[in-house]
Design a protein around this ligand. Sequence first.
Ligand code: CUK
Ligand code: CUA
Ligand code: CA
Length: 638
Amino acid sequence: MSDKSKTDNEIDKSGLSRRGFLGATAVTGAGALVGVTALGSAVMSRESWAAAVKESQQNIHVAPGELDDYYGFWSGGHQGEVRVMGVPSMRELMRIPVFNVDSATGWGLTNESRHIMGESAKFLNGDCHHPHISMTDGKYDGKYLFINDKANTRVARIRLDIFKCDKMITVPNCQAIHGLRLQKVPYTKYVFANAEFVIPHPNDGKVFDLQDENSYTMYNVIDAEKMEMAFQIIVDGNLDNTDADYTGRFTAATCYNSEKAYDLGGMMRNERDWVVVFDIEAAEKAVKAGKFTTLGDSKVPVLDGRKKGDADSQFTRYIPVPKNPHGLNTSSDGKYFIANGKLSPTVSMIEIARLPDLFAGKLKDPRDTIAAEVELGLGPLHTTFDGRGNAYTTLFLDSQVVKWNMAEAVRAYNGEKVNYIKQKLDVHYQPGHIHASLCETSEADGKWLVALCKFGKDRFLPTGPLHPENDQLIDISGDEMKLVHDGPTYAEPHDCIMARRDQIKTKKVWDRNDPFFAPTVEMAKKDGINLEQDNKVIRDGNKVRVYMTSVAPVYGVTEFTVKQGDEVTVVITNLDMIEDVSHGFVMTNHGVSMEISPQQTSSITFIADKPGLHWYYCSWFCHALHMEMVGRMLVEPA
Ligand code: CUK
Ligand code: CUA
Ligand code: CA
């Protein structure tokens, strides 16, 4: 860290010895990282917190009949879904299954969802981290939400008019999509997705050496509308998190394993790793000019963004920053890419206005783009913004959120005596991501902040060895941050995003022409079926298609007969027009369940492998006679 940053600020007062811990010698192993944590040394008891926040509770009480001001979209982590929350009430409004299998809606079971998941429907798990809403002119346009799957190297898109996933792609030639962000300006043409792990190319079992020049990972650029790969850029090192700027030209990504090491000690060897900056316009031009290669069977254009000796590629620059940096956040004023130091108590502010000169070869040293290296505390992971010039950074090891002023931090770095640290707030405990309302748009409004804490020990009723995480809501509308709510969450919302409620416009009833179930409509057409009227069984060898309507509280077909071993597809069209009258379809003892909301068509395929009478029933309580909404499948022995 720079000596320049050692000014007379609050950090110094609160004791540098503890803070110096990670400076040079900290790398004795992961145990040390958690060892010094504040887990056992919370400054206030749970009870005293409760008393302290009582008065600010008024702000978050959303009374019966009132609506929240913000939609929050929470990643469900390795549970695989997206959760929709109301903010500030922190009430869960809905869940959107994405990379998981969902028993209620039939996601992963229905033909419509499996069609969207494609080949990857064979995976029953996912690990999502980064939900982001599409933008136009740097503001949320409410069209889509995108999210990564680290576990199976996928990216999914959710339509925000129906709150359903409508596209999913597997990123080729890569392992583990982690960081994900969207182009902000002029609109979300691209999704930027970091493949985290370095792998050999081709990965065919002949080479296992990560130092080999054909071992690398790639920055992935996806066409957001088509949900197809646009191009890939090979990088040095690995990739962690990413973000885009407000000019539309640059993106940046953190690398923690510049060492290309296999193990913990190796990955912590270098005092500095780097931020890779991508010139997306230059990359686009190269692709258009056909100056790319491809890998194996894949047709995706691949650009080489690695250094050759000292020479930079035309698409990339590598800016050294300390040490195993993690979060990468673009300040909402558009001025900085901020890399969060993790193993360094600093964040590095990269001045975006200096990047054109860096790419033009006008700067001697890539480090000349650093506006400040700001000392904040132990374990900075992610940073967010209030639109008033302040940034908020999570300190994982200190279990704190630190509020700091960006302009003052730059002045302090340049030698002025300014106290850029505004406040440190204890959170409970070990915060990772942090998100302020509208913070990744030019409309950051500085009202609410959510700190997603990895440990919730002692904040909630005990639930056995597996504890919930703790998402804490913090009021940042005043000069001081005030903690107002503890929200237990299931494994594991790495990240969340908040949009004003007027920015999300949903449908109340399905449109019959919705592309979500278009393949099923197409199939019905081939069978000569009018989905809005017909109740018919079509036999096609050992394939049986049962078409039925539903109107509360009856199915259009209440009995059908098949032969043992037949492949049965049940297609149901819910003719109810009334908002909120969803039906379900469950075939008992067949692992079959699905949702059919008003005006929706849903279908599911299974093998009728057991002779006998099998009841099917409606699973959503739709009517006073919901229990009576049943039917029978009669299976004749083979
Ligand atoms: S990562 Cu989890 S705390 Cu996947 Cu965005 Cu930083
Ligand atoms: Cu239809 Cu319950
Ligand atoms: Ca490293």
